[in-house]
Ligand binder design. Structure first.
Ligand code: G6P
Length: 421
């Protein structure tokens, strides 16, 4: 905050992210229910305290009518949230298409989809065009709420074009941009057809942040190699203008998790879980159902373990919470079927009349139930193939207290040791 020029509670912060921290569901013409959105970005930013902040973003729902838009705007205002309304076509091209079918896999080293390797495909161009239009729509909402002196903090790969829109509107706006995913090696990044335009736009920000030093270094070398700009120890310089680039490893509000375990509902969950799994060791996976999380690999490793150690059949269970995500993107639909198929096969193979080895849930849990699971399980398995900064590992440790369960992390996860460890 200091580096962005935030001097304390009096200065306002406008957080801009594709997704609001709450997602909306329609219950009637002007009735909405709100629930906490899934994902690391939201978990991390819920820990931001002691600043006067408002959050601008999409509520995850198409609201074509004015009555609905007004009612949702009012419901969100209580949560200090301001909605950006995106229609179905924009969501399809910008969110499902450019963000989640192109940038997300590329930034996690999964490459570009086959049909987009040729820069000139019309599909790619129309998606990139929608991406820029969507970023402009976020910028328009920022302008409506901006007051001189506000700091604007843009988040993630969805909004790489936003710093440019904001600075073109008012060069004096203080703008930061933070990436919650890895920034890949410049050798990977340079395969993106719109590489230069996006880099130039991000460089319009005053401060650019990444989870780790490696991601920051990759970004600076992409600017050097692709744009021919000079990298300095402070950041990237272009014709005398310096954009500062730095690593800010993100964490969680660990007290929020510890406090949750003192609530009666959580204590009840803990007791129920202990009874239900008495006599068995419990392994836990908590992930969005995303290809980068390595869920099929985790389940297949568990199968191999049972195959090689048959004495553990009936004595160990894997609980996999797989929160559905980006369900309109074909790659995610294929992954869901693949995971279901593998779980069914393994349960058929190693299940007994009294128990199955894998409990797989296609949904999120309420916060207290989740904390209880973290508290009672013996092992947490975080098996991402690549991840920006996986926060499940932090959440597990925060809830374990004196239990001393085992956290197993794949080598592609980032974990920054925190004081309570
Ligand atoms: C990751 C991204 C976030 C995103 C979250 C959930 O953590 O970095 O920007 O919000 O996944 O994904 P979704 O597409 O549902 O917003």
């Amino acid at each position: 905050f200091r580096r962005l020029g935030l001097r304390g509670m009096k200065q306002r912060l406008l957080v801009v992210a594709n997704r609001l921290p709450v997602s909306a569901n329609r219950r009637g013409e002007d009735q909405w229910s709100l629930e906490i959105s899934a994902g690391g970005l939201v978990s991390a930013l819920l820990g931001v305290k002691d600043v006067d902040a408002k959050w601008i973003g999409w509520a995850g729902v198409n609201v074509p009518d004015e009555v609905g838009q007004q009612a949702l705007t009012n419901a969100l205002a209580e949560k200090r949230c301001i909605p950006v309304f995106l229609d179905e076509e924009i969501v399809h091209q910008y969110y499902n298409g450019y963000c989640n079918n192109i940038l997300w896999p590329l930034f996690h080293y999964l490459g570009l989809p086959q049909e987009d390797r040729l820069a000139t495909t019309r599909n790619f161009e129309s998606q990139f065009d929608a991406y820029k239009r969507a970023n402009q729509m976020f910028a328009d909402v920022v302008y409506q709420h901006y007051q001189e002196g506000d700091v604007i903090w843009c988040h993630d790969y969805h909004l790489m074009f936003l710093p440019r829109c904001l600075k073109e509107h008012d060069i004096n706006m203080k703008v930061g941009w933070f990436l919650h995913t890895p920034f890949p090696s410049s050798e990977i990044y340079r395969t993106l057809p719109s590489r230069s335009e996006l880099l130039r736009s991000v460089l319009c920000a005053d401060l650019v942040g990444f989870h780790t030093y490696d991601y920051a270094r990759h970004f600076v070398s992409a600017c050097t190699r692709i744009l021919g700009l000079e990298g300095t120890p402070e950041g990237v310089e272009d014709q005398g203008k310096l954009t500062r680039v730095a690593a800010f490893p993100i964490g969680i509000d660990s007290d929020r998790f510890k406090r949750a375990l003192d609530i009666d509902a959580a204590k009840r969950h803990v007791n129920e879980l202990k009874q239900r799994f008495a006599g068995r060791k419990v392994m836990l996976g908590v992930d969005r159902l995303d290809m980068i999380k390595g869920i099929p690999q985790k389940i297949l490793a568990f199968e191999k373990f049972l195959e090689e150690n048959p004495e553990w059949i009936d004595k160990v269970v894997l609980l996999q919470i797989a929160v559905p995500t980006r369900t309109d993107v074909p790659e995610y639909q294929k992954l869901t079927s693949q995971v279901h198929e593998i779980v069914g096969r393994i349960n058929g193979r190693f299940g007994t009349l009294s128990a199955v080895p894998i409990h797989h849930l296609d949904r999120s849990l309420d916060f207290h139930a989740l904390c209880a699971l973290y508290a009672v399980t013996d092992v947490a398995l975080v098996t991402s193939l690549r991840d920006g900064m996986n926060l499940v590992s932090y959440e597990y440790v925060a809830c374990q207290g004196s239990k001393k369960g085992v956290l197993i992390l794949s080598e592609h996860n980032r974990l920054v040791l925190v004081p309570f460890l």
